[in-house]
Design a protein around this ligand. Structure first.
Ligand SMILES: [Zn+2]
Length: 201
């Protein structure tokens, strides 16, 4: 578990923007897990006084700071909190961008085809979760984020992008095959060149 590993964070230098959903999802999940007072404290520490409106954006540096503060404040539960928030963000993404009819069509395709299309949909909308980073579909079952703003400046001994891994997993489960599992196999925070996410059935 993450609580036995040391994670050191430094503020990132990225100047890109990310979707409000990257913090709105945490706003809800932290309230559930830790209460509104703790949540308001970490949001204030991250410099996020007001939640951006639903379709708004905010600086990726603030998003990165908030995600780092979750790991620093609750090392034993951070992976679970970030995982849950990633799923909430994916659900919002699916409900806002994909019609129920399209979801039904995707679910009835061979999974290899629907997974390919889900990857395409993710890439089309990737600005919100990659900020100034670069999203790449390396194969149908391997996604990558280069210069991931949420991992740059973080030093850890294992992958830390639980939010992204859970977000991808939930997107693929909802729109392709419910048994998809996503695991981050390489992470910039752990010294790798980029963050890599493997999807398996
Ligand atoms: Zn990573």
């Amino acid at each position: 578990m993450a609580n036995s590993h040391e994670i050191i964070s430094q503020p990132p230098t990225g100047s890109g923007l990310m979707d409000a959903n990257m913090v709105a999802s945490l706003h809800a999940v932290i309230e559930q897990a830790k209460g509104s007072a703790s949540r308001d404290r970490v949001f204030a520490d991250a410099g996020i006084e007001d939640l951006p409106v639903d379709d708004g954006t905010l600086s990726e540096a603030r998003v990165a700071r908030l995600h780092s503060l979750v790991r620093e404040n609750w090392p034993g539960e951070a992976s679970e909190i970030l995982d849950m928030a990633g799923r909430v963000a994916a659900e919002v993404f699916v409900s806002q961008n994909i019609t129920p009819k399209a979801i039904l069509l995707l679910q009835n395709m061979p999974w290899s085809v629907s997974a390919w299309l889900v990857g395409k949909a993710a890439r089309l909308n990737s600005a919100g979760f990659r900020g100034s980073g670069t999203f790449a579909i390396q194969t149908t079952s391997r996604l990558a984020i280069y210069h991931n703003p949420l991992a740059i400046g973080v030093t850890a001994d294992q992958p830390i992008c639980h939010f992204h891994a859970a977000m991808f997993e939930h997107m693929f489960q909802r729109m392709s095959h419910r048994d998809f599992v996503c695991r981050e196999t390489a992470c910039m925070a752990a010294g790798h060149d980029h963050c890599s996410f493997e999807l398996t059935l």
